[in-house]
Write a protein that binds this ligand. Sequence first.
Ligand SMILES: C[S@@+](CC[C@H](N)C(=O)[O-])C[C@H]1O[C@@H](n2cnc3c(N)ncnc32)[C@H](O)[C@@H]1O
Length: 347
Amino acid sequence: MRVSVLDFLVCPSCSGKLRLGGTTADAAEVTTGELLCVDCGLDYPVADGVPRLVSARERDSHVAASFGFEWQTFHDGGFESDTVFGRTIDEDVAQFHDVFDIKAAESGEAGRRDPLDGLVVADIGCGSGKLTVELARRHPGATFLAVDVNPAITEVAKAAADLPNLHVVQGSVFALPVREQSVDRLWCNGVIHHTGATEIAFTGLTRLVAQDGELFVWVYQRKVSPLVLVRDLLRPLGLHTWSHRTVYRICRALSLPTLIAVRLLNTIAGLPVLRSLVERSTHARILTRRRNYDELALTWFDVLSPRYRDTYTVEQVESWYTHSGFEPVRRYWWPVGVTGKRTKPLR
Ligand SMILES: C[S@@+](CC[C@H](N)C(=O)[O-])C[C@H]1O[C@@H](n2cnc3c(N)ncnc32)[C@H](O)[C@@H]1O
């Protein structure tokens, strides 16, 4: 049976039940019309196939505008084409399987039950949406929710048009329009450190996770980074108040010298005397990995444009899990990524 998106969605303001108003093409997907809260009476439009379950403040926020520009430009071909932040779709899918301990053989092998069958998977802050779309294709027996606050989520809905098991919603981590404890695997990669209130956002995510369900969160690590040093140097200029188009041009200009520096680092790191040292250090491996020009432009935009970009240690993130009734069960090799399992009931 096809799962209706209304089984998961709630009013972001009061968590009340939503019902359809106006016209809709398909009750399972909700493609046009509006959603009305039966408890508080607020109504939310459904535009271009996407329920817009955000307050006007969140919809018009700097973070929505900055990432809306970033992902719309990405979809329009202004950054990389076959990768996202230099990673291929297969690498991203492998990371997803890794952090949730989904054995590749189990998920792909003919005749074997897909371990995600019957589960609900949410990607909160889905960005380009490439990963969720691919996962929904590879795991047709699971139900996927892709949520993001920025308006370029419309492009994700277009890419998901032929996928009945993927529902796309505009929403914010601060008022998630998803029923509490309805998600079995929640993926939130590179999102909450951009909110200015990371721990509050983290707590909001935990409330969606079902008993024994798992949450994966990845945030920036507290460390010395050349890109962040440049961001700090430019901070007095207030780049986040500039037009996104101007920041984009600056990012493209910065990508060329960065590429030259990276190529130099690649050569040095490849020297036989250094190779094994580099392989042993996670930080050196990350710093010296191969990059290309378009990918660096996206990375620069992601560094310079957002207003908030906070950094954490793995111990901090693990302590958030413990305080929220989760047990941290896995650390991803690229810090800081932690998977936690809900072991205590939601309070
Ligand atoms: C760096 S991108 C990461 C996108 C994707 N998860 C990935 O790994 O490629 C950060 C994403 O977080 C989203 N985001 C930031 N603040 C948010 C909020 N309050 N609610 C929902 N999404 C948010 C942005 O719109 C953006 O798409």
